[in-house]
Design a protein around this ligand. Structure first.
Ligand code: 4NP
Length: 149
């Protein structure tokens, strides 16, 4: 099983989603993350994401930002978008129905069909990162439980 987490910059939300989910599943489940934009390619996750993850025992410092590519539809079984905008941007790149069906809004795992977004914490303070952590921890626990079934 291969799972990709996607946000805009791949420095705040999706690196957290990657780290949290990988911490909850066995090593043979491959978890990665990417961004729909290229602004931060090659960079470490945001220091505030690194800090909140570290607080809960998760290390993000081996991650580097990369841009989502159409080849990711071949590599991954499931692609989780953090917000509605990322979701639409990924769907636009899908080449067929099978690829479209791989793309999901991550918070719909918590509340089916609610179409809630993980708020972008980039321009806010540390509280936003704690909130994002808690939202993603809940969603990733549900995803992990389904995978390990
Ligand atoms: P992310 O947050 O999509 O959760 O990684 C952002 C990071 C950078 C920018 C926007 C959102 N930016 O505009 O540079």
């Amino acid at each position: 099983m291969r799972i990709l987490m996607v946000c805009l910059g791949n420095i705040c939300r999706s690196p957290l989603a990657e780290g949290i989910l990988q911490s909850k599943v066995s090593a043979d489940v491959k978890v990665d993350s990417a961004g729909t934009a290229a602004y931060h390619v090659g960079e470490l996750p945001d220091s505030r994401s690194i800090a909140v993850a570290k607080k809960y025992g998760i290390d993000l410092t081996n991650q580097r930002a990369r841009k989502f590519t159409v080849n990711d539809f071949d590599t991954f079984d499931l692609i989780y978008a953090m917000d509605e905008s990322n979701y639409q941007d990924i769907l636009t790149l899908a080449r067929n129905t099978e690829e479209k069906l791989k793309v999901k809004l991550i918070l719909n795992e918590v509340d089916l069909n609610s179409n809630q977004s993980v708020p972008d914490p980039y321009y806010g303070g540390n509280n936003g990162f704690e909130n994002v952590y808690q939202l993603l921890d809940e969603a990733c626990q549900i995803i992990a439980n389904k995978i390990e079934e």
